[in-house]
Ligand binder design. Structure first.
Ligand code: SF4
Ligand code: SF4
Length: 523
């Protein structure tokens, strides 16, 4: 042993004992074998753009691919593993330094020092055309790490153009896709169009080979995929195969809507284990007495038991997904249960409740529309809102009726819409995305796609004209770039609208106080 060290150890032993020797040895070893690094030095990253858009269209969302290297001395834990957790985000910054909301993407796996991974990030494009900067940052426990410490790990200029120019750009934005893997539904809900216009014998599942073809062509462009809208997906044998295929295309959000009647323990476990990110249950009452009269053929107690199992299994697996949402169609015979419905949602661990007014498909249900019962509607929506905020539930609802001064504020905030276009509404600016000559224009044909069980393509779920294409006979790109699609987009840019758009509530405003807004085909 080094004699001076021995001498120092002996002295230390005499003055401070064994503890002091160990302490000194620890310091010696740390200095000898490790460089002391500050927390800032401990975090380092390098980001390269692999597929990054240069010219994009306002108010759309794009996917961009990056390679991220962990150049730090610490491991980055992916979500779900040990904390702290790390993710990544692409942020758009304007020339004044204002940043636009970024969506975080979880790392696919834990990344040790020196490792790298490729990651797809969604880039949310601002609504105003102009020159911007696209930045990438590593997010540590919801904190933009490098932005916080004033460093930039990736930056590139990005040009945001208007929608009309987009007709000639080749890059497709990340699209929100609704695809009906079935249009089968055995229920006869009193507010549903299918109840009056379709028999069960006419209803079918999507051919699974067709589903595979569509997923190969369309899902690489998808930001989110909802696997149902006009049927009961839990009745199809192929639902979870469809979920697996969808996930294989790195689709961020995989969801479906269900009545909950066909949920059982096995399916509930698959929902959690197979990575479904969101499930919406349509339930229009807080008691069996009300619910069973609306959702004919279903059973309130069974539905609640099924959802309870799903919620408990999710808790047991400590899973953050699926996000649970309840949908509620507002009618005269169920409006009084809306506040209790919020309590029920809270009890079941539901994070979001959305309600909307009933659409009048047939004259026979007209009496259920709440435009004929405005005071009660306002009262119970207000009560439900209070309870939701007490429970911490996100509550989306249509504006209150204009029945006096006390509701003016709500009306102006929500712009008098019968259907709350929550994804199109800019809550901070209180505007719709594009306003031209005072007309509200829609961006759905640039960023959404609706595919029915036969493979027919529509730009949105309220389209009343012929489909814009057929994926059985045409490719997705042929349809997306077709003359009809271009004409539709051009019309929404210039105000020369076809029948569907001209009558659509997105354009007309769908005034909640106007009786005509409640009739399908006249809003
Ligand atoms: S469950 Fe949905 S699709 Fe089926 S009848 Fe009811 S509202 Fe219509
Ligand atoms: S019908 Fe309405 S939602 Fe559909 S594309 Fe036209 S304006 Fe948009």
């Amino acid at each position: 042993m080094n004699p001076s060290l021995l001498k120092r150890a002996t002295t230390t032993f005499q003055t401070g004992g064994v503890k002091a020797i160990l302490q000194r040895a620890r310091i010696f070893l740390r200095r000898r074998f490790y460089r002391v690094v500050s927390p800032l030095q401990r975090m380092n990253a390098e980001v390269c753009g692999i597929d990054v858009p240069k010219e994009v269209v306002a108010a759309c969302m794009y996917k961009a691919r990056f390679k991220i290297y962990n150049r730090s001395r610490i491991a980055w834990n992916a979500t779900g593993s040990k904390s702290p957790t790390f993710s990544a985000a692409a942020i758009v910054v304007d020339q004044n330094g204002e940043t636009y909301e970024a969506e975080q993407a979880h790392l696919q796996r834990d990344m040790g020092p020196g490792s790298s991974c490729e990651i797809d990030l969604s880039v949310e494009i601002p609504r105003r055309p102009g020159k911007y900067t696209l930045r990438v940052d590593i997010v540590r426990e919801n904190c933009y790490w490098f932005t916080e410490i004033g460093r930039v790990v990736f930056e590139t200029p990005i040009l945001v153009t208007t929608h009309s120019v987009s007709l000639f750009t080749s890059r497709i934005p990340a699209i929100d896709i609704t695809l009906d893997i079935t249009n089968k539904c055995p229920l006869k809900c009193i507010q549903c169009r299918k109840t009056y216009f379709e028999t069960f014998d006419e209803q079918r599942d999507m051919n699974f080979d067709l589903f595979k073809k569509i997923s190969a062509e369309v899902f690489p462009h998808a930001r989110s995929v909802m696997l149902s809208s006009a049927g009961e997906p839990l009745m199809t044998k192929t639902l979870f195969d469809a979920v697996d295929i969808t996930r294989s295309y790195n689709v961020r959000e995989i969801s479906f809507i269900s009545a909950g009647f066909h949920l059982n323990s096995g399916r509930a476990e698959k929902i959690v284990d197979n990575g479904v990110t969101r499930v919406e249950f349509s339930i229009d009452g807080a008691s069996a007495a009300v619910y069973n009269k609306i959702r004919i053929g279903s059973d309130f107690d069974k539905v609640i038991k099924n959802i309870t199992y799903l919620s408990e299994y999710k808790k047991k697996k400590k899973s953050r997904t699926p996000l649970l949402r309840f949908n509620y169609v507002l009618m005269k015979n169920n409006i009084h249960e809306l506040p209790e419905f919020i309590d029920l949602a809270a009890k079941l661990g539901v994070e979001e409740v959305q309600c909307q007014h009933m659409v009048i498909f047939v004259e026979g249900i007209k009496g259920e529309a709440l435009i004929f019962d405005k005071e009660r509607s306002n009262l119970y929506i207000s009560q439900a809102k209070d309870r939701a905020s007490r429970h911490g539930i996100r509550f989306y609802h249509p504006p209150l009726f204009d029945i006096g001064e006390q509701h003016t504020e709500t009306k102006s905030v929500l712009d008098g819409k019968i259907w709350l276009q929550e994804d199109q509404y800019d809550y901070e600016r209180k505007t719709h995305p594009i306003l031209q000559d005072g007309m509200q224009l829609c961006t759905d044909p640039w960023r959404k796609l609706y595919i029915d069980w036969q493979g027919l393509v529509f730009p949105c779920c309220v389209w009343k004209e012929e489909p814009l294409g057929d994926l059985r006979t045409s490719s997705f790109l042929e349809i997306w770039e077709s003359i009809r699609y271009r004409e539709l987009r051009m019309g929404l840019t210039t105000g020369k609208l076809g029948k569907s758009c001209a009558e659509c509530s997105v354009i007309t405003g769908g005034d909640v106080n106007n009786e005509q807004s409640y009739f399908f085909g006249q809003n």
